[in-house]
Design a protein around this ligand. Structure first.
Ligand SMILES: *[C@@H]1O[C@H](CO)[C@@H](O)[C@H](O)[C@H]1NC(C)=O
Ligand SMILES: *[C@@H]1O[C@H](CO)[C@@H](O)[C@H](O)[C@H]1NC(C)=O
Ligand SMILES: *[C@@H]1O[C@H](CO)[C@@H](O)[C@H](O)[C@H]1NC(C)=O
Ligand SMILES: *[C@@H]1O[C@H](CO)[C@@H](O)[C@H](O)[C@H]1NC(C)=O
Ligand SMILES: *[C@@H]1O[C@H](CO)[C@@H](O)[C@H](O)[C@H]1NC(C)=O
Ligand SMILES: *[C@@H]1O[C@H](CO)[C@@H](O)[C@H](O)[C@H]1NC(C)=O
Length: 939
């Protein structure tokens, strides 16, 4: 209670001693780390400019005769130490505020950095003192709960982040390495990018740079080289950025593989003349003040402000000649001060101007009667000297302050025979349109890219490419300057490739001993396809085939250097793959007939497949042996077809006998049995010889014989065709016809050879059996098949087909259809940097059909005479082999048709003989009648 009374008294007291108001200006001492302006001459320093603009605003308010409590608005400038944290500012503000000799402090312009706002902001919010900063950009300060009385005239870093992210989108980049300064500004940028824009821009790696210690938290060279991005975004204040670029330059990381983007212009003065030329191509996104049309700047006010500045300064030199020489911070300072003055003016007109209650303890002090003043502050919206000033925090739609960013590119130019570097303006970003304006083609921008001086935008992922010096030489002047520094760039990618012999993918020509396979180089030389062997690390070994041609194709597109090693043929495929899984690996990629399998994918990565393949079974061919038999000529038809043919012959014999009974009897007067035989002979000759020289007298038998002719023609044709194909097929039929035969155990498992530690052995063990004849190499597989140790084996179809078509013409054959489809791909180390580059180029090869022509050239190649049936289209023949013999189901219709024909003939016969039949019928009836009469008489 007494405390409350005391408070009341104090309030009364403070109103009594109201002696005008003043605005506090907080400015750092000159030479702050935040400096964005490279001119460092003392009077031109940006903090000095800020102070001058602060004073100009105060003096302008005096000229406009703005009175608060009957007095002019006064000011106090506090110079703060840059090195200090925000606590020193807090103390300074406190002491100044509680000094009873001065007028009331009703607002603060400043502080200059976000770190300091973190100390001052909560305190100011507690005593209701408005803070308007001209330089604190951290996005955290938008939090109205902790910083209720904090405003700023400078756009927050969110806007810069948006501009940068859109720049990445414009250049089709999606990833970056970020280097941030170890301060509020750097961490703030990292936070926005990773929280707000994580879906647009993926930060692959981050580095923290400590300006005080002048070092990175991790090794710069290593981090950059191991990163999957090649775009380096430096988010740091000017001094840090300059140091970071300096470090990068000494490590040879500027230019070459990397694109550098900074958020502030660097200070060229700290670099040596020779180094400067190497900076060409470095980009910077920098905030600038626009003009009335682009940013809503009130040019009248701007002119008045500069007039006031000129009047203030005793040395006229201090006022910059050009608008561009004025630091943006100075403009923001003016607007901050002007916003406070306007709110004070309006509340004073309402006669509700605030006043400061000064307690002895700074924390007990309070700004009084602040409601109206704050209402006016919150609704502040005017056209200032930096753009639109708008403090309405919740109005998201109107949140447009006319912010503008410019993309600068460092370029060298020759001025009076002296090389110098400049920041060249490339394009601008406007807050009004939220886009980099008026540019559609990123390749047409006037940027000297470090890597592609011709103008193509570099990719954001690592590329294997080495620089083509010829490209540089045909470029312009800048390219020549870059060429001079080429020796300092260490970015030629050297690819160590490992291959293993596997024709037709890798065929080895060894000068010392003629290779492992029974091939010689002439073998392929008369192949019409170009065959240029590739050199390997062993001078006596050359390789050619599908893979060397693929390497050559990739090399011509990706421009890498490479060496090829040939693996020992006894290396099994699993250990071969494991060679790139080690940390201290000796090879970068392995290229051969290597399948992507799930177990391998755990250890290594694979590129996109370059070839699709299946497993097939290889076995010996055994011509004419097993299938020879006495009755093989019957094979084309099944037994029931033969039975049906026999039955038809008997049947038609009977029919013809019935039809021709009278005529034959009359002519030859022979027995009935004999005439039946004649009919049968007739039928047989019709079917087989198609030549009936027996005269037929009735129409019915003519129809029947016609039907027999037709049946005979079709049967003979079918039989002939079938028999020939049957015999051809028999010549080279394998003992087994497919993987099902192996699964069903038609061969003893011990007679099946499997190359161990390969994709085939994985498959075999998982799906068929754990029992097999273990082989160590494919070469062994062929020889074991030939020496009858094993009967069948499984391997990749392309390899087997090539071997059978070129080396083991009639000795080995491929049985059955392919199974277990999968893909061959290049084996890469896990998380290999250049995987994306490689994948894109392999896909491009496929899309341009170059892979297809390689496959046609190598995989379809055959040197065996084509009569051998073990060709690639063997599959189709195998498929139809099951229906090779024709059963009655297939031919049934034929017989049925013949039966219908004979039925018609029978009808004819009945019609023809109707008189005789009716007579016969009558006679029989009469006879029966007579016999019944006799019977009755007898009885
Ligand atoms: C920033 O650099 C300027 C000159 O390059 C120097 O005068 C100033 O002290 C530096 N600031 C800091 C914080 O290192
Ligand atoms: C501002 O305050 C100073 C003392 O801090 C005083 O000398 C000066 O006259 C004041 N100016 C106005 C315009 O009130
Ligand atoms: C108050 O300010 C005056 C000058 O404006 C200064 O001389 C005096 O020492 C200050 N008093 C305190 C307690 O800081
Ligand atoms: C960073 O790594 C590179 C190569 O890995 C090495 O040459 C350099 O000395 C390292 N730098 C530091 C500061 O450790
Ligand atoms: C520009 O500033 C002048 C001087 O303060 C003022 O009279 C004018 O209304 C302002 N213009 C706009 C569009 O705000
Ligand atoms: C300021 O507020 C007090 C009450 O807190 C009131 O008595 C006084 O009249 C107000 N002064 C003005 C100028 O509005």
């Amino acid at each position: 209670m007494p405390r409350f009374l005391f408070l009341l008294i104090c309030v009364a007291l403070s109103i009594d001693i109201l002696n005008g108001v003043r605005i506090l200006g907080l400015f750092p001492e000159q030479g702050d780390a935040l400096s964005h302006n490279s001119s460092v001459s003392l009077s031109d320093h940006w903090t000095n400019q800020c102070m001058q603009m602060f004073l100009a605003a105060i003096s302008l308010s005096n000229r406009y005769e703005i009175y608060v409590g009957g007095q002019h608005i006064n000011y106090t400038i506090l110079n703060t130490n840059i090195e200090s944290n925000g606590f020193a500012e807090l103390e300074l503000v406190c002491r100044t505020m509680c000094n009873r000799t001065g007028s009331d402090i009703v607002g603060v312009v400043g502080p200059a950095s976000s770190t300091k706002v973190r100390y001052l902001g909560p305190f100011a919010a507690r005593i209701h003192l408005p803070l308007i900063s001209y330089a604190a950009t951290n996005a955290d300060l938008d939090d109205t709960y902790n910083y209720a009385t904090f405003y700023r005239t400078i756009p927050s870093d969110t806007l810069l982040a948006e501009a940068i992210v859109q720049l990445f989108t414009f250049f089709s980049w999606t990833s970056c390495i970020i280097i941030v300064g170890k301060d509020d500004y750097g961490y703030g940028g990292l936070k926005i990018l990773s929280e707000v824009y994580h879906s647009d821009l993926s930060i692959q790696d981050r580095l923290i740079f400590d300006l005080r210690l002048d070092k990175f938290h991790a090794n710069l060279t290593e981090t950059l080289e191991k990163s999957r991005s090649r775009i380096v975004l430096v988010w740091a204040c000017q001094n840090s950025t300059t140091r970071i670029i300096h470090h990068a330059l000494t490590n040879g990381l500027i230019g070459g593989n990397y694109v550098w983007i900074m958020t502030s212009k660097i200070d060229f003065n700290v670099f040596k003349q020779y180094d400067l030329t190497k900076l060409a191509g470095v980009l910077a996104v920098v905030h600038i003040i626009g003009n009335s049309s682009t940013s809503g700047v009130n040019e009248t006010l701007q002119k008045e402000a500069f007039d006031a500045w000129r009047n203030l300064s005793y040395e006229k030199k201090k006022v910059p000649e050009q608008l561009s020489d004025v630091s943006p911070f100075a403009m923001y300072t003016f607007d901050a001060t002007w916003a406070l003055i306007q709110a004070l003016n309006k509340s004073s007109i309402d006669k509700k101007s605030p006043s400061m209650y000064k307690a002895s303890s700074c924390f007990d002090s309070l700004l009084q009667n602040y409601t109206t003043y704050f209402d006016y502050l919150q609704t502040t919206r005017f056209f200032g000297v930096s753009g639109i000033v708008d403090f309405s925090k919740n109005d998201l739609n109107e949140n447009n302050h006319g912010g503008m960013y410019v993309l600068y590119s460092v370029q060298s130019k020759t001025n009076h025979k002296r090389k110098e570097v400049i920041n060249k303006e490339i394009m601008t970003w406007h807050e009004t349109s939220h886009s980099w304006t008026n540019y559609t083609n990123p390749d047409k921008l006037n940027i000297t890219w470090p890597r592609n001086p011709i103008g193509k935008v570099p990719t954001d992922y690592p590329q294997l490419q080495v620089l083509d010096i010829c490209n540089l030489l045909i470029g312009n002047n800048t390219a020549v300057i870059m060429y001079q520094s080429i020796a300092y760039w260490t970015w030629s990618q050297h690819l160590r490739i490992l291959v293993i012999e596997a024709p037709p993918f890798v065929i080895i020509h060894n000068f010392s001993n003629q290779g492992h396979f029974p091939n010689n180089i002439n073998n392929v030389e008369h192949n019409s396809f170009r065959c240029e062997p590739l050199k390997t690390t062993n001078p006596s070994i050359l390789i050619y085939g599908f893979v060397p041609d693929l390497i050559r194709l990739l090399q011509s597109q990706m421009h890498f250097n490479f060496t090829i090693d040939v693996a020992n043929l006894s290396t099994n495929y699993h250990s071969l793959v494991a060679l790139v899984a080690n940390d201290n690996r000796q090879y970068d990629i392995i290229l051969s007939d290597i399948r992507i399998t799930s177990s391998r994918l755990l250890k290594v990565d694979f590129s996109t497949p370059y070839h699709e393949n299946t497993f097939r079974i290889i076995s010996r061919s055994n011509p004419y042996s097993t299938s020879f038999s006495l009755f093989s000529c019957f094979n084309p038809f099944t037994w029931d077809v033969w039975a049906a043919i026999f039955a038809i012959i008997i049947y038609s014999g009977f029919i013809i006998y019935i039809f021709e009974r009278h005529n034959i009897k009359i002519e030859h007067c022979e027995s009935e049995f004999k005439s039946i035989l004649i009919g049968i002979c007739h039928a047989m000759t019709s079917i087989l010889i198609m030549n009936g020289d027996i005269r037929l007298s009735t129409n019915s038998s003519r129809i029947t014989v016609l039907g027999l002719y037709a049946l005979g023609i079709i049967l003979v044709a079918t039989y002939t065709a079938n028999l020939s194909s049957f015999l051809t097929l028999n010549r080279s039929q394998a003992t087994i016809s497919g993987i099902d035969d192996i699964k069903n155990g038609r061969l003893p498992f011990s007679r099946i050879g499997i190359v161990t530690n390969s994709a085939v052995s994985d498959y075999y063990i998982q799906n068929i059996s754990t029992e097999y004849h273990a082989l160590s190499t494919i070469e062994e597989m062929y020889s074991r098949l030939l020496d009858h140790t094993i009967d069948a084996s499984i391997w990749d179809s392309s390899v087997l087909e090539y071997a059978v078509n070129n080396y083991y013409c009639d000795k080995l054959i491929i049985a059955g259809v392919g199974f277990v489809k999968s893909s061959f791909a290049i084996v890469l180390p896990k998380n290999w940097l250049y995987k994306r580059d490689l994948d894109l180029h392999i896909l491009a090869l496929r899309e341009t059909q170059k892979l297809e022509s390689l496959e046609n050239a190598w995989l379809r190649h055959r040197t065996c005479p084509s009569s051998s049936s073990s060709s690639a289209n063997h599959e189709n023949k195998e498929d139809s082999s099951k229906t090779e013999t024709f059963s009655l189901d297939v031919l049934g219709g034929l017989f049925l048709t013949f039966l219908i024909t004979t039925a018609i003939a029978f009808c004819f016969h009945l019609w023809h003989c109707r008189v005789a039949i009716i007579n016969g019928f009558r006679q029989t009836k009469k006879r029966m009648h007579l016999s019944t009469i006799q019977m009755t008489i007898k009885s």
